[in-house]
Design a protein around this ligand. Structure first.
Ligand code: ZN
Length: 198
């Protein structure tokens, strides 16, 4: 008997994982950067997104995203039951772009869940999924930043007045640096943020 469906119509995350498997199966596992690159494209992730926009992106992939108060040292959590997938992110954002970072981290864990389910784990028994999810989140944000930077520069170049245009370029530059800094030091920034709330 042949199955009529491989389950990807009700489980889009699984669909993404199977696509990865068909593309990188011979060289499994893919690098975290390659996975991030494909994922950013698939999800439509951008470097600047509101909470509502993040919710919509997740919704489109069958993942329900919500923001709720969580214990202080927990930034997010995810759960996967049959075809239902859910991510909850801490209501209080402790550093700029922390929402996106946490979402990507939790999503990476959901992906691994599917990879394991189809018998193709991407990380070894002694590697930590927590660490891998952090690397993934960082790689996705750098990838999205690289995609968005030319768009911002293009926007700045369209400004008529010269001094406003230069100001625009300067802002894009500062924003780019801040983003890169945030990508790398996210956890430290959050620590500082949570210290401030104590
Ligand atoms: Zn985690």
């Amino acid at each position: 008997m042949r199955l009529l469906t491989d389950g990807t119509d009700t489980n889009r995350v699984l669909g993404f994982c199977l696509t990865m498997l068909s593309q990188y199966g011979e060289n499994w596992p893919p690098t975290e950067e390659a996975l991030a690159q494909e994922f950013v494209e698939w999800l439509g992730f951008r470097s600047v997104l509101t909470r509502n926009a993040l919710k919509e992106l997740c919704q489109a992939k069958g993942v329900s995203l919500s923001f709720d108060s969580l214990p202080q040292d927990i930034r997010g959590c995810n759960c996967s039951f049959q075809d239902k997938k859910e991510i909850v992110i801490a209501e209080r954002e402790l550093a700029p772009f922390a929402d996106s970072h946490t979402l990507l981290h939790e999503f990476r864990e959901l992906l691994e869940h599917e990879f394991v389910a189809v018998g193709h784990a991407t990380i070894g028994a002694k590697d930590s999924l927590e660490v891998q999810a952090e690397i993934f989140a960082m790689a996705c944000r750098i990838e999205a930043g690289q995609k968005d930077l030319p768009v911002f520069l293009e926007m700045a170049s369209k400004v008529e007045k010269k001094w406003v245009r230069y100001l625009g370029y300067a802002l894009v530059g500062v924003f780019g640096l801040a983003c890169l800094f945030g990508c790398i030091y996210m956890r430290q920034l959050e620590e500082i943020g949570s210290e401030a709330y104590r």
